[in-house]
Design a protein around this ligand. Structure first.
Ligand code: NDP
Length: 274
């Protein structure tokens, strides 16, 4: 019998995670079965309990359950505790262990796949929700020259900056507050691209050679990436590599084996463009 894993979300039908983990299992020779499970919006904890009772070894967690997953855990890794959100659960000896691999996935994509070293760069993070919170510490670990956070609701950006003030001084405010500054890397961690909205970014924020990165994927050129291209960003990237990167990190947490991400990313890219 293979070890069983799943991803919980709502909605979940279009999740790419089962295909990604099946490919990882095939390439590493690990014997596991990974499925997508729809959890009722008010029934996440019960869905997890049922999966554990069936013998589940671990699970990923996606929208809208990452913060509830955080609260459900008996034990957290330092990066999950910092993120305030959990995307990777391990079920060990009756206990629920929580981790957050989103930040590692983002940094692996930007620094690894895209070859964009973070060291010494000026980074602007757009958004102050769960995704933004989860990537701040891994970004700071890359030793950027500076990190700024801009969000539609300035108070949330400021609260996030305050939560990381023991690691670095982070400039924060609304989008207009970034006027007059320029950045080497601008990461869209808002969900504006989901609804097709563009962000009111001041002109001039993309420094020469800048990389624009949208965590959104599978939607073609998002309004953010279109704006970035028009404002002169040298390179644009979507979040597909982050998705594969966070999955690889979760796979390594569960199985102790790190799968290669390149072939899986190429497979997904081909499927999305086909
Ligand atoms: P949250 O709901 O926690 O946060 C949403 C954020 O987006 C808030 O900062 C909110 O601002 C902002 N926002 C929403 N709509 C708009 C808008 N129309 N204009 C400006 N700002 C807006 O979402 P998450 O942080 O969990 O997810 C954010 C995005 O990241 C999603 O698109 C998700 O798909 C993507 N993601 C991708 C991953 C990957 O692997 N590629 C992994 C994780 C997330 P305000 O505070 O003002 O409401």
């Amino acid at each position: 019998m293979p070890d069983i894993y799943c991803v919980f979300g709502n909605p979940i039908a279009h999740s790419r995670s089962p295909a990604i983990h099946a490919a990882f299992a095939a390439s590493t020779g690990e014997d596991l079965l990974y499925t997508a499970r729809l959890a009722p919006v008010d029934g996440f904890a019960a869905a997890v309990a049922a999966f554990v009772a069936e013998g589940g070894r671990g699970a990923n967690v996606t929208v809208p359950f990452k913060e509830e997953a955080f609260r459900l855990c008996d034990e957290l890794t330092p990066r999950a505790a910092r993120a305030g959100a959990v995307n990777t659960l391990s079920f060990v000896a009756g206990r629920i262990l929580g981790d957050n691999t989103d930040g590692a996935g983002l940094v692996a994509d930007i620094a690894g796949n895209l070859g964009f070293a973070l060291s010494g760069r000026r980074i602007l993070l757009l958004g102050a929700g769960g995704a933004a919170r989860g990537v701040i510490e891994p970004l700071l670990a890359g030793a950027p020259a500076a990190l700024s956070i801009a969000n539609r609701s300035a108070d949330k950006a400021e609260a996030l900056a305050a939560a990381f003030s023991d690691i670095a001084a982070v400039d924060a405010g609304n989008f207009a507050k970034m006027a007059g500054k320029s950045f080497d890397l601008v990461i869209n961690a808002t969900s504006a691209s989901l609804s097709g909205d563009s962000l009111p970014l001041p002109p001039g924020i993309f420094a020469p050679g800048a990389l624009a990165y949208d965590m959104m994927y599978g939607k073609g050129e998002t309004p953010f990436l279109k704006l970035a291209r028009e404002q002169g960003a040298a390179r644009c990237a979507d979040g597909l590599g982050m998705l594969v990167g966070q999955a690889a990190e979760a796979f390594a947490v569960w199985r102790g084996v790190r799968p290669a991400t390149g072939p899986v990313l190429a497979m997904l890219r081909a499927a999305l463009s086909g």
